[in-house]
Design a protein around this ligand. Structure first.
Ligand code: NIG
Ligand code: FE
Length: 413
C-alpha cells in the first residue's frame, strides 16, 4: 500500500545519515518547508519539497493525505518506562504533598515495594490488559517506540511474569518495544538482611531463564544510596552481559555515589535520570559512548532539581529525553510534556529537545536504523500536529494537545 502526504507545512528531522547527536549538534534539526512524504508498505520511500514532487514521484498513488498547515515529525522514541504495573499510587502522592520524601516513603515499605506487592498479586492477563491500555494512550500522544522495564516483581516468578507480559506486548503491538530486566530495582523484604542472597537469585535463578526465553534486551540496576551500590551494579551487569544484555542504568537520581564511573566502565548504552551530577560525572559521560537520558517529569513530580541539560550539552554529551512513565515518580507517559518541560525548565532549545526525543531516543534503544528521523528506508512512525504557527509553538504551548494524528508503520492509530 502506498500513501502520499502533501502540503506538509514543515517536515521535521529529515536526515540522509543517522548519527548520534552530541553537544552542539543537538541544536541542528533539519526541516523541509512545504513538503511531501511518500510511504510504501509502512516504510518512508521518498520525501522532499512540494516543487520536487513531480520529479521524485512521477506516478501519484490513489491514497493522498493533504496535511495543509500541519507539521510532520518522526514519532517520539520513549527510551525509559515502567508501564507494566498493577496499580497506581495516589496515596503516596498525597503523602508527598503532606511533606514526606520519596526516600522516606520507600523506607516505610511504600514506593517500589508497594508496587511489587500488588504486581505479585496480579495475573499476567490483568497486567497485559492495563499495560496495553497505556501503550494505546501513549501512541495517541505520539509515541512510536518504547522501552519497558521489569522491576516490580522482585521475585523470580514476579520478574519473569513482567518480562513475559512485555514479550507479549512486543508480539501484539505495532509499536517498536524493547525490554529491560530491572530485577535490581530494590531489595525485596525477604532479602532485607541478605543482599547477597538477592543478587544470587538474580544471577542464578532469573538471568538463566531470561537468557533462555529471550525475555530481555537490556539489564538495568537502580544504583542509589539505600538501593544498589556501584559495585553491586557492576556484578549484576557483568552477569547480564553474559546473556547478551547491555547495561541501561538508573544512576544519579538522588545522589552521586560512583554510578557514572561504573556505568562508563561497563560501556552502558545509557545512563538515566541524572538529576544529581558532579563536574566529574559530566566529564566522564562526555568522554564516553554512553547516552545520558534525562527524565525531567520525574524531577517535576518529585519536586527535585532538574537535570543540568545545558551543562551536559555544553560539555558535548549525547542526550536523550524519556518519560520514566511509572506509578511512583512519573505517572505520565506524555512525551509532549517532557519536551515542553525540557525547554521551559532545563532550558533546552526546541530543536535540541526534539532531537533528544526522536533520533537520540532511538539510539538509546538501538532502533536508530529503523526509527527516529525522516529517512528513506525507516519506518513511517509519524506525528501529525494540528495546524501550528511554528515548531517552537509545540513546547511553548505546553499542556495543549497539539497532536492531530499519529501513524505507526504508515497506519493511523
Ligand atoms: O525511575 N528510581 C527508580 N525507579 C523508578 C521509580 C519507581 C517507583 O517509584 O515505582 C524511577 O523513577
Ligand atoms: Fe525509571
Amino acid at each position: 500500500m502506498t500513501t502520499l502526504i502533501i502540503n506538509i507545512r514543515q517536515l521535521v528531522n529529515t536526515r540522509e545519515q543517522t548519527e548520534l547527536l552530541r553537544g552542539k549538534a543537538l541544536a541542528n534539526l533539519p526541516v523541509i518547508d512545504d513538503a511531501f512524504l511518500l510511504i510504501e508498505d509502512g516504510i518512508i520511500a521518498e520525501y522532499g519539497a512540494m516543487y520536487e514532487l513531480e520529479l521524485k514521484v512521477p506516478n501519484l498513488p490513489v491514497d493522498i493525505i493533504d496535511a495543509d498547515g500541519q507539521l510532520v515529525l518522526p514519532a517520539w522514541c520513549d527510551s525509559h518506562t515502567h508501564i507494566v504495573f498493577a496499580r497506581t499510587r495516589e496515596e503516596e502522592f498525597i503523602d508527598k504533598i503532606r511533606g514526606m520524601s520519596y526516600a522516606e516513603i520507600a523506607a516505610k515499605g511504600g514506593g517500589i515495594l508497594n508496587s511489587a506487592a500488588k504486581l505479585n498479586a496480579a495475573s499476567e492477563t490483568e497486567l497485559f490488559n492495563s499495560a496495553w491500555e497505556r501503550l494505546e494512550a501513549i501512541a495517541k500522544l505520539g509515541t512510536g517506540a518504547v522501552e519497558i522495564k521489569s522491576g516490580y516483581g522482585l521475585t523470580v516468578e514476579g520478574e519473569l511474569k513482567m518480562l513475559r507480559v512485555i514479550k507479549k506486548l512486543k508480539e501484539r503491538s505495532n509499536l517498536s518495544i524493547k525490554a529491560s530486566f530491572l530485577g535490581a530495582h530494590t531489595y525485596p523484604l525477604a532479602y532485607k538482611e541478605n543482599h547477597q542472597g538477592y543478587i544470587d537469585s538474580i544471577i542464578n535463578e532469573m538471568l538463566p531463564v531470561i537468557g533462555r526465553e529471550k525475555l530481555a534486551d537490556y539489564i538495568d540496576v537502580f544504583c542509589e544510596t539505600g538501593f544498589f551500590s556501584p559495585e553491586e551494579m557492576e556484578t549484576i551487569c557483568r552477569a547480564g552481559m553474559q546473556y547478551g544484555l547491555k547495561p541501561k542504568l538508573h544512576i544519579n537520581q538522588l545522589n552521586s555515589i560512583g554510578g557514572m564511573e561504573a556505568a562508563v566502565k561497563l560501556n552502558a548504552l545509557s545512563v538515566d535520570h541524572l538529576e544529581t551530577m558532579t563536574g566529574s560525572d559530566i566529564d566522564l559521560l562526555a568522554h564516553s559512548d554512553t547516552i545520558g537520558t534525562l527524565l525531567p517529569t520525574a524531577a517535576f513530580f518529585l519536586r527535585m532539581q532538574y537535570q543540568p541539560a545545558r551543562q551536559l550539552i555544553d560539555h558535548n554529551c549525547a542526550i536523550a529525553l524519556a518519560t520514566d512513565y511509572n506509578p511512583g515518580s512519573s505517572p505520565s507517559g506524555n512525551m509532549n510534556f517532557v519536551i515542553a518541560l525540557s525547554c521551559i525548565q532545563l532550558k533546552m532549545l526546541p530543536e535540541e529537545a526534539i532531537n533528544a526525543a526522536t533520533i537520540n531516543g532511538a539510539f538509546a534503544m538501538e532502533l536508530e536504523k529503523e526509527l527516529g528521523s525522516i529517512t528513506i528506508g525507516k519506518k513511517a512512525n509519524l506525528v501529525f500536529t494540528k495546524p501550528v504557527p511554528s515548531l517552537a509553538y509545540l513546547p511553548y504551548s505546553f499542556g495543549s494537545n497539539l497532536v492531530d494524528k499519529v501513524m505507526i508503520a504508515g497506519m493511523v492509530v
